[in-house]
Design a protein around this ligand. Structure first.
Ligand SMILES: [Zn+2]
Ligand SMILES: [Zn+2]
Length: 812
């Protein structure tokens, strides 16, 4: 692992990977690679799905030694094309044990690169094919060893964690080397995440489980390993209630909030401005900015009009760092002096009429947004002006306590990793400030840096001894810089694209006050805040009312918004809005969508108004009453697991397939009352059109070339794996059980084109799976008969219809 650069202190040392030795029978690697297991007496087809619990411990040491020899030393040897004797790759740990060292891996890779460069094109292609096959097989066999037969979602503990990690890292490093050398035909492999040891380190370092999950999505094992070496986070927030889906810490407790000094022992005076004076500037339609006077002991206020040239910096900070103040528009002298100096250092400033250097103006919410109940109206004015503040500001300086001790001379990849793990990237409010800013600059101990210029520096490093090492560092930079990259990508989007992407943009963020959320969303989407701010934040129903105002303001939403809240694993904490016409919408947009990145697979925008969301969806029509549908519900009980409910049905003339609507009664209450029972009919609307998915259609789906490349090999080796061709991957979709107001279009109230529209409300969020009768043993027609007398319900399988594809729904 020591080919990966370590961050500077505070940091953690490299994880040590022992040399797994087994005295009675040392595994010394010798080629050819393919026959090595057999020559050592192992039949690798037995590795697949080994039951980790019953696999005897006595064999595990032996297995680790064999796997290290085969998949570490063997792969190195095969990849580099030269023998890699064990002594060249081992060192001695502090406590005298032999451990693996990869310190000279990049030097070896460069030699390998030069060797390849001297060959002709045909030979190069031959080398490339050979190492591609090797990398694929390495990944495949390691995966095989890691898969537990009992639970496919967990990995077996058959191999020691350091070994798993060293194989993951070696594989990822060799893929980078391969792609750096054969850049015209790059190969990508799925993210490799076998080693749990990184996750444990991050938890020990004070990471929130939701942040770890985010890093796991953004980075390969290299980025993950790198951030795990950064050492503990220096904030004291703990995350006991957090899950992979949501962070529940870092919320501001208004009662306990304390403004902090630069150092803990300081008790310097607070410098305040007159809230009245700030409010006056806002009432005049201007923006207040501040600077310290030359004596550095009082604040001078200055207003920025929209027409005058501006030269001020906006400060963005996380309130939990202590730069907020709930009682007055002031901050301790020590803090203001420090901020003033940091702002001055960004850009030396002379007054036009004098040659003397003078303090530059800045804007910080703590001082420039009026506090106190007497200034509620002016507070709203200040918030409505935020977009303007960030647009007019020359730059936005981001202050984070986690960066106070970090020097700007560190490597760009380290700065990227440290900056992107700060709480600033986790808060909705600061994300929105970042998105509004023209130029965001991060303050470090001795200066400020821009991530975008670091990115340029990393991408254009001209003189380096090793191209492969540079490619490796670039990969770490890109992986750790994803939160910033995504923010910048959002900034460059059009308003139309922003609403498509907002679901993924606000993921991983937290906010202390839900009523702030609509302000941030509206600002990020360039909407006018007045209808939202017209609702007092002290109104007991402020959040829900402001969300309704936001929906009416924005009007257009991705079609799949109606399904989004069903994605949430913590359904209870942020349910949907409850008002008629708005029940399709979540109370909060700040949650983790588990769907495929909505930004990359956008759904069309559809219109929302006070009646509901207007859209078309592929839908089933049970063509019967609620009472009849309910008679088909089958409940399956199993020991220790919650009851599962389902309704099976078929479509007319579609005799090879049947459908299964399923839900967990414990989590999914049918919200259906007597009125709905009597006056509505059921329908099932699908997120994905699984009706048109057939086995024949699936087989025609072209396979990716990299998959096809290895199909023959796996057949030759007698491995039956996921390339199995004769299979129907039962299509499935999220779905809404709808109560439709009437069978016949009663939509005289809203005609869109010539299509009638049906009013519907959501009864439950369910899952629909399309299944195929396996005709291997008996024909489908016989099975329909068996299914027809399903013991669970005692009723024949119902036949549902399909609503015409152009049917319009108004879901409210
Ligand atoms: Zn958390
Ligand atoms: Zn102080």
């Amino acid at each position: 692992m020591d080919h990966i650069p370590l961050p500077q202190a505070p940091n953690s040392d490299h994880l040590e990977v022992p040399l797994y030795e087994y005295d009675p029978y040392p595994y010394i690697y010798s080629g050819p690679w393919v026959s090595y297991p057999e020559r050592c007496g192992w039949d690798y087809s037995e590795f697949y799905g080994m039951h980790a619990e019953t696999f005897p411990n006595s064999v595990r040491g032996l297995l680790a030694a064999f796997v290290q020899s085969w998949l570490f030393f063997g792969v190195l040897d095969e990849f580099l094309g030269v023998p890699c004797p064990v002594p060249d790759w081992t060192a001695v740990s502090k406590d005298g044990r032999p451990i693996i060292t990869t310190a000279h891996l990049f030097a070896k890779l460069e030699e390998w690169h030069h060797g390849i460069a001297s060959r002709d094109e045909a030979e190069q292609i031959e080398v490339r094919n050979r190492i591609d096959h090797l990398l694929d097989r390495m990944r495949y066999f390691h995966h095989m060893l890691m898969t537990s037969l009992t639970d496919f979602n967990t990995y077996s503990n058959l191999l020691p964690e350091p070994l798993n990690l060293s194989l993951d890292v070696l594989h990822a490093t060799l893929v980078i080397a391969r792609n750096a050398v054969f850049a015209q035909a790059t190969l990508s492999f799925p993210h490799y995440h076998h080693a749990d040891v990184i996750k444990h380190t991050l938890l020990q370092n004070g990471w929130c489980p939701s942040d770890i999950f985010r890093v796991y999505q953004d980075a390969t094992v290299l980025g993950r390993y790198y951030v795990s070496r950064l050492g503990p986070l220096n904030n004291i927030t703990s995350h006991p209630q957090c899950t992979e889906d949501a962070c529940r810490s870092c919320q501001i407790d208004r009662q306990a909030y304390q403004t902090k000094h630069v150092s803990a022992g300081c008790d310097c005076d607070m410098i305040c401005v007159s809230t009245d004076a700030v409010a006056e500037i806002l009432r005049e339609g201007s923006i207040p900015t501040i600077r310290l006077n030359n004596g550095m002991n009082a604040i001078e206020l200055e207003q920025v009009g929209s027409c005058s040239p501006t030269n001020f910096t906006a400060i963005s900070h996380v309130w939990s760092d202590g730069l907020g103040n709930l009682h007055s528009n002031g901050l301790p002298t020590c803090q203001l002096k420090r901020i003033q100096k940091q702002v001055n250092d960004l850009q030396p400033f002379r007054q036009p009429d004098s040659s003397a250097l003078t303090n530059r103006n800045f804007w910080i919410d703590t001082i420039c947004v009026p506090t106190g109940s007497d200034f509620e109206a002016e507070r709203s004015l200040a918030i409505a002006k935020m977009v303007k503040v960030y647009r007019l500001a020359k730059d936005v300086l981001i202050l984070s306590s986690e960066l106070h001790e970090i020097d700007s001379c560190r490597g760009p990849w380290e700065l990227s990793a440290r900056i992107n793990r700060t709480a600033w990237f986790r808060r909705l409010w600061t994300l929105h400030e970042g998105i509004l800013s023209k130029r965001s600059i991060f303050q470090l101990r001795d200066g400020a840096v821009e991530l975008s210029s670091l990115a340029v520096e990393v991408e254009t490093d001209p003189d380096s001894d090793s191209n492969i090492y540079q490619a490796f560092l670039r990969a770490i930079f890109r992986e750790t810089c994803m939160p910033f990259t995504k923010m910048e990508a959002f900034k460059s989007m059009t308003s139309h694209d922003r609403i498509q992407a907002i679901w993924s943009a606000v993921q991983w963020r937290t906010t202390s006050y839900l009523d702030d959320e609509t302000i941030c969303l509206a600002n990020m989407l360039d909407l006018d805040l007045s209808t939202i701010l017209a609702i007092s934040r002290h109104d007991p129903e402020a959040c829900e009312k402001r969300m309704k105002a936001f929906i009416l303001l924005q009007r257009y939403f991705p079609r799949d918004s109606v399904f989004e809240s069903s994605h949430r694993l913590d359904l209870s904490s942020v349910p949907n809005l409850t008002a008629q016409g708005f029940r399709w919408a979540p109370k909060s947009f700040v949650f983790r969508s588990t769907s495929i990145d909505p930004a990359t697979t956008p759904t069309p925008l559809v219109e929302a108004d006070s009646a509901g969301l207007h859209l078309s969806l592929p839908s089933f029509n049970p063509a019967c009453s609620w009472a009849e549908v309910m008679e088909h519900i089958a409940i399956s009980k199993s020991e220790g697991i919650a009851d599962a409910a389902s309704i099976k049905f078929m479509l007319p003339l579609d005799w090879d397939y049947y459908y299964d609507i399923s839900w967990l009664p414990e989590d999914t209450k049918w919200e259906i009352n007597d009125t709905l029972l009597g006056s509505t009919i059921p329908a099932v609307a699908l997120r994905d059109d699984i009706i048109s998915v057939t086995k024949e259609g699936q087989d025609r789906v072209p396979r990716r070339p990299s998959q096809r490349m290895f199909e023959l090999d796996s057949q030759r080796e007698g491995i039956s794996n996921s390339y199995d061709l004769d299979r129907f991957d039962g299509a499935s979709s999220e779905a809404l059980l709808l109560a439709v107001s009437a069978r016949h279009a009663m939509t005289q109230e809203r005609i869109n084109g010539a299509e009638p529209e049906y009013r519907a409300s959501i009864v439950a969020r369910v899952h629909v799976r399309k299944r195929m009768f396996s005709t291997y043993r008996r024909p489908a027609s016989d099975q329909v008969k068996i299914l027809s007398t399903d013991a669970d319900t005692g009723r024949p399988i119902p036949i549902f219809g399909v609503w015409p594809a152009q049917t319009r729904w108004c879901i409210g």
